[in-house]
Structures are given as structure tokens and as C-alpha cells.
Design a protein around this ligand. Sequence first.
Ligand code: F6P
Length: 363
Amino acid sequence: MSRPFRLAVNTGGGDAPGLNAVIRAVVLSALNRGWEVVGIRRGYEGLWKGDGLIPLDRGSVRGITHLGGTILGTTNRGNPLRWPRTLADGSTEEVDRSPELIAAFHKHGLDALIAIGGDGSLRIASELHARGLPVVGVPKTIDNDLAATRVTFGFHTAVQTASDAIDKLHSTAKAHSRVMVVELMGRHTGWIALYAGLAGSASTILIPEIPFEIDRVCERLRAEVDDGPGYAIVVVAEGAAPKGGDPSIIEPERAGSSSRYGGLADRVAGKIQESTGIETRALVLGHLQRGGQPTAYDRLLSLRFGVAAVDLVDQESFGCMVALDLDEVRAVPLQKAVEDLKRVPVDGDVVRTARRLGIDFGD
Ligand code: F6P
């Protein structure tokens, strides 16, 4: 029989479909052991704000497995280890608020934390663990860019949403004999664009892992429209960049928050229209990819991750993250999990499949 824990759970970074399913699995699995569970609102913020802790019982997690978003709220601004503070002269400096945060954790009588997050939030969790916080991580992100797990929850739903959107673009592109350029999320990696573009029968897919040449893209599209179906769908990952060029950033990295991508679809669409003369429109799918109900696959993965995370707390295996390895959920060291980003393997079978089908990567 394990010791009873007062367990805290939080959700950090951008939301992803499946967060509520993880929370439900954590809560039920902990309550079934006779433990107590509290949720921290808005990432770590709730720990040092009066209104920030909420007791979680069976009623709080009833009927939430299929819901998008997170009942705890989240934030991808304000890293507690690099907290922005405005000085008298208007400039900002970064301060480490971890001592305050760890003190609040103990003051509230908490024994362990399950941190559900992407690379940024899990890096924070790993550093807090190094400073003595008993923490277990759960990998979340629609971007699927965490190297230590085969897949993160949220990715499958985002791909489904994006490929559904691409399906709808085919009819309007065909009706007008246009090129439609659709920009998908993914930050530094092209997982969503590659999977949704392939599933949605795009002609061209541009991803950060394969720098593109716009003249080549235009040449292929001209042939596609003239000799093929008379229209084309181009999928661009927001972080893709031309050979020798930079990605399209609309907000550079600032204290406590990472850079924001945007604008690539417009740029690519403008070049295509100018160079080919084919009427071209751009569309940014944006946060629709993060919203809505998780697919059954993501719900299952989330429930498995949540239960496995509580098992790790029970074994006092802190400083670990749950991960999917082949078809088993296992523990990996948190520090290792945040060392590298998982990029699309350019010689992997998914890219090869796309190339064999005639999809152009602009290289
Ligand atoms: O990491 C998830 C993600 O949706 C990225 O794909 C995207 O670049 C970013 O978050 C958008 O963040 P925000 O919600 O701050 O616009």
C-alpha cells in the first residue's frame, strides 16, 4: 500500500485536444487510491495567486473526456524561471520565481505534481525537478515535436481537423481553377502539414525540414494546373522557410514566451500568383487545429498517459515523463525528453510515400 499523496495537476503551454481526458484519468486513478487531488489554474500561475488551487473530485471530472480545452486553464506566457519584470526605466529583466513557487507548493501541503505540457512546459518541469520539486510530466502538443515519445496527444486530432479543412478546399479550388495555399501550425516542425497534406491530397507540401525554392514550387504548380486537374492545393507548415532564408515570424521571442510564426501562406500565395498568373488564395487554419473534441485515438492516449503518470507518482519515480514507445506507455527521464525536438525524418517512409505519389516539397 503506497503512502497517501496530496497530488497537484496543471496544464501548461498551448491547449491541445485530450487535456481534459488526461486530467480525468489522473483524478480518478488518484482518488481510487484514496489520494487527494487539486488542480492548479493557468499553468504555474495559480500556485502563487490566491484563487489558483481547486479541489478535484469525481464530479469535477465527470463527462469531460470528450471536451476540448482544459478545465484548469493554461498559458503559454510567463515562464516562472524567466519571469518578465518591468524596471523603472521601462525596460524588462527576467527573474527566477522558482523559490517562491516551490515555497507555495509546500505551503499548500502538496506532495507531488503532474505537469501536462509541451516542450516549453516540460522544460520548466524538468528544471523545477532539478530544484527539488517532485514532478512527473505528460507530453502534450498538437505539434508532435517531442523526441522521447512516438506521439503526443492532440496531434491526431489536429491532423484530422486540418485534413477535413483541406477536403473542403478541393471543391472551391476546383470550381474557380485556383491554387489554394493553406497554412498549418507546427512551429519548428512539419508533422501536421505533412500528415494532413498527404491525407488531404495536396499537390505541394512545404515543411521546415525541407527548405523550398519558390521558383520550383511555381513551375510544378503551373504543370499541375495546366496538365492536371486544373487546380491545386498547397499546404505550408507555418515554420517552413525558403532555401537560405528565414521562417516567417510575426512576434520574436521575448522574456518568458516564445516566438510566433505567421504570414507564410500570404507570401507563398503572392509569389505563386505573380509567377504563374494563376489566381491564388491563402488561408490560415490557425487555432481551429487546437480546438474541438479529441479523436478517439487522442482520448485513449490521454487516458493511458494520465493513469501511467499516477503510477509513476505512486512509485515515487519523479523527474520522469510518460511516453509512448511502440505500443506501450513507458517512463523516460524528463531531462532527456526535453533535450531534442523531434523533426520529420526527411528520408522516412511518410516523406517517401508522398514523393512516390508525386507530391512536391519544393526542393
Ligand atoms: O505549440 C502549439 C501551437 O499551436 C503552435 O503550433 C503554434 O505556433 C503556437 O502554439 C501558437 O501559439 P498561440 O496560441 O500563442 O498563438
